[in-house]
Write a protein that binds this ligand. Structure first.
Ligand code: COA
Length: 260
């Protein structure tokens, strides 16, 4: 599959997906969002890929938001469709059943911060800047940023960021829990690759069920979510990987998981 504004590199079981519009700080226009959706679907169905690393091209930016040239001329119905399309693509990331690590190499603003929040984990360069500046443009987030930000950092902190529109440093984002790990900029990609490779070596079905138990479970009443967790716990007992993982522990060796 070929893309104009994205590149996919495969390194063993890890796919490195790079948003590639550096002249506009990797802003997400409609074409880029569509390409991202297609790439995620392709990687979801590719059994050789067990983890994804998402980053932005160039030194300066992860993604500096939705493309403001498109926002400036949108109609009410077009705006609604745009938001639904963006939400759908980000949902594909959250629900792909594989860990997706955002390697935040610079600005992650607006749709860029929303994109990072749809990823499983966020690792940021110490030079990165994050924020939801939509209010400064007279608009609001439309790729579920109002929802994911509040779930990740809590309602009070989310409202402060959303209402002020302020950019925050990677250090502050780490302190708030918006970013899982903070690393020196020069080490970002090496560290993100290392983390992706570590996660890619885990039991893929267990990884998928953990993601599902947390993502779907958070949308259910707790008692129902616990029944869901127990059902998935029972289901993994049917896998070769459970037998391999437990046997490897008892035989004092490393497990080799096959995703079966
Ligand atoms: N959409 C479209 N173009 C964008 C963009 C976006 N979200 N963000 C940056 N660009 C473009 C700029 O217009 C500029 O284009 P030009 O060279 O043709 O003038 C180019 O990318 C470089 O950006 P510039 O603003 O010159 O870089 P900077 O280092 O001075 O500032 C930012 C960097 C990220 C602070 C600034 O670009 C910015 O505020 N971007 C918009 C962020 C935003 O509001 N995002 C949310 C959108 S909902």
């Amino acid at each position: 599959m070929s893309f104009e504004n994205l590149s996919i590199e495969r390194e063993g079981a890890v796919a490195i997906l790079t948003i590639n519009r550096p002249a506009v700080l990797n802003a997400l226009n409609t074409r880029t969002l569509d390409e991202l959706g297609r790439a995620i679907l392709e990687l979801t169905h590719d059994e050789t890929i067990r983890a994804v690393l998402l980053t932005g091209a160039g030194e300066k930016s992860f993604v500096a938001g939705a493309d403001i040239n498109e926002l400036a001329v949108q109609s009410p119905t077009g705006g609604r469709e745009h938001a639904i399309r963006g939400q759908h693509v980000l949902d594909l990331i959250e629900h792909m059943g594989k860990p997706v690590i955002a390697a935040i190499n610079g600005y992650a603003l607006g749709g860029g911060c929303e994109l990072a929040m749809a990823c499983t984990l966020r690792m940021a360069a110490d030079t990165a800047r994050l924020g939801q500046p939509e209010v400064n443009l007279g608009i609001i987030p439309g790729y579920a940023g109002t929802q994911r930000l509040a779930r990740i950092v809590g309602k009070g902190r989310a409202l402060e960021l959303l209402l002020s529109g302020d950019q925050i440093s990677a250090q502050e984002a780490h302190r708030l829990g918006l970013v899982n790990r903070l690393v020196p900029a020069a080490e970002l990609m090496a560290e993100a690759r290392k983390l992706a490779a570590t996660l890619a070596a885990k039991a893929p079905i267990a990884i998928r069920y953990i993601l599902d138990a947390v993502n779907s479970g958070l949308e259910m009443p707790s008692a129902q979510a616990q029944v869901f967790e127990a059902t998935l716990f029972g289901l993994v007992a049917s896998t070769d990987d459970m037998r391999e993982g437990t046997a490897a522990f008892l035989e004092k060796r490393k497990p080799a998981f096959k995703g079966r």
